[in-house]
Design a protein around this ligand. Structure first.
Ligand code: FMN
Length: 199
């Protein structure tokens, strides 16, 4: 792949929050998981990472409870939605933090002290590979942090046991994946998006 091709892929990358009813087949899920295998992992903590592919709506509903509680805090809701690039997380009928995606892939990490904090980078590394592969396959996807954070904010609504993780594992990031309901606009990459210092 030449560099232009990769940048072209990034022009198509976006957070998708509107999915069609079309399901994703197993072969496609396998491709996403293969991409995950390409992720670099700090200190090679591969055994400290667990990927969970969820299609079961009942499981997702359990993981929605804390987010529903969180949305009762209007200030918090405003804070987390007003900065979204396309505003598509605006009020939906029958709130669903997973936006009705047919598949949500969770990346969990074992609590560890070898390299404190590296778990957040590790799960992003893995999830990003799947987000990019999803883009390459013409799928839509969006990271899922808010609903998992809500379970940490409201432990009484924490239903992470439905993910059947080994002891000491915490779900830290998800990726909702499906076919987009619309044709996402191509973005122009903006060299001034981040301030850069050259020393
Ligand atoms: C670490 C991380 C967590 C995110 N969590 C959520 C989330 O819980 N829900 C959501 O709708 N979008 C989530 N997003 C998507 C961001 O809102 C999105 O990347 C941002 O609005 C920019 O839009 P773009 O991805 O289309 O460029 C997350 C993105 C990142 C990088």
């Amino acid at each position: 792949m030449n560099n232009d091709t990769f940048l072209e892929l990034l022009e198509k990358r976006c957070s998708c929050r509107r999915f069609s009813a079309r399901d994703i087949d197993e072969e496609t899920v396998k491709k996403l998981l293969l991409a995950a295998d390409g992720a670099p992992v700090g200190s090679n903590l591969n055994e400290d990472i667990r990927i969970t592919v969820v299609r079961d709506r009942a499981v997702l509903d359990e993981l929605t409870l804390a987010m529903k509680r969180r949305r009762e805090d209007k200030e918090d809701l405003k804070r987390i939605t007003e900065k979204l690039r396309d505003g598509t997380a605006a009020p939906q009928k029958g709130f669903d933090p997973f936006y009705g995606a047919p598949v949500v892939i969770f990346v969990s990490h074992r609590r560890q002290n070898l390299q404190p904090g590296i778990e957040f980078s590790n799960v992003m590394s893995v999830a990003m590979m799947m987000h990019l592969e999803a883009t390459a396959l013409g799928l839509g996807s969006v990271f899922m942090w808010g609903s998992l954070e809500a379970m940490r904010m409201y432990p009484e609504y924490d239903r992470s046991e439905v993910l059947e993780l080994p002891p000491d594992f915490q779900p830290l990031l998800g990726l909702a994946v499906g076919y987009p309901d619309n044709t996402p606009e191509k973005r122009s990459l903006d060299p001034e998006k981040f301030k850069v210092n050259f020393l």
